[in-house]
Write a protein of this length. Structure first.
Length: 299
């Protein structure tokens, strides 16, 4: 084993369960990944994966052992990278930031523009993703998250509480009459795709709104806002997003109880003293802390 790329390929296939998904994650063509995996198995004289129907790749015992070794190498190289970056005192280089689509759409992008004006030597790579990316594996350097970090190797600050409530156009609400939270079946609703679960707002809608009331579903909160703006129905939105859209009004005057989330900015503890990480976290923390009332929906 003299090529780290071979280990990365095996690890990517084990994690995704698919050669197609692994090739996409590694940024290579499917045919390239197929040839590399086949050549690796021939060179080692052992089968690493069982090819199952529907393109599923199940690791053999040899494949699992190689993936375990690859994870250990990945952990060590990520730790080395964090150690080297943590000693970097320059206000230059690349900074990889991850946040949700709504945070980027309303709150974060103007702050990033200000950051770039102050630090033109720093290039921002922004990953818009509602998943929790791994800071230990350097999938991002800084993350905006809507929950308190649980990992012991992370360093972060709570910035605000996020309030949510129901929004619609005045015409939709006028046609439906006063909103009663105990009788939401009278309203047309914009909701999440049925496959989405484990998201607190999706679970709230499933618990409080009957199935027959949903007229539009999507997995994008931004698209839910756009659908409500188009008059399709009522949408459950974060207050900083719904209040910023002039064509929408609140269907309920106050944020709904039990739906508030904590907004945190976090980085790996090894990176907290890196100049560009510290400068970014300080600016974002100051600007979003100043907007706490807006984010909580009590402004």
């Amino acid at each position: 084993m003299d090529d780290w790329n071979d280990l990365k390929l095996v690890l990517a296939v084990v994690r995704s369960g698919s050669l197609t998904a692994a090739a996409k994650a590694l940024g290579v063509a499917h045919s390239t990944a197929f040839r590399r995996l086949l050549a690796l198995e021939e060179r080692l004289g052992v089968r690493l994966f069982e090819r199952l129907p529907a393109g599923v790749y199940a690791p053999t015992s040899a494949g699992e052992r190689m993936a375990g070794a690859a994870e250990r190498v990945e952990t060590e190289t990520a730790a080395l990278g964090r150690d080297l970056l943590g000693a970097d005192l320059r206000l230059s280089g690349r900074l990889r930031v991850t946040c949700s689509e709504t945070l980027a759409f309303v709150l974060l992008t103007p702050i990033m523009a200000e950051f770039r004006r102050e630090h033109p030597g720093i290039t921002l790579d922004v990953v818009i993703d509602n998943r929790v990316l791994s800071l230990s594996r350097r999938e991002a350097d800084v993350a905006l998250r809507v929950s308190r970090p649980r990992e012991g190797d992370l360093h972060g600050r709570k910035l605000a509480d996020i309030g949510w409530t129901l929004y619609a156009t005045p015409d939709v609400l006028a046609a439906c009459g006063p909103v009663d939270l105990d009788d939401l079946g009278r309203l047309p609703f914009v909701g999440w795709e049925e496959a989405v679960s484990g998201v607190n707002t999706a679970d709230w809608l499933a618990a409080h709104v009957p199935e027959r009331a949903f007229v539009y579903r999507t997995a994008s909160v931004i698209n839910q806002m756009v659908a409500a703006r188009a008059g399709l129905g009522v949408a459950l939105l974060p207050c900083y997003l719904g209040d910023a859209e002039p064509s929408l009004i609140r269907a309920t005057p106050q944020p709904l109880p039990g739906l508030d989330r904590e907004l945190w900015i976090v980085t790996h503890a090894d990176l907290r003293r890196t100049a560009r990480v510290r400068a970014f976290m300080d600016l974002v923390s100051a600007r979003l802390a100043a907007a706490r009332a807006q984010i909580a929906g009590v402004a």
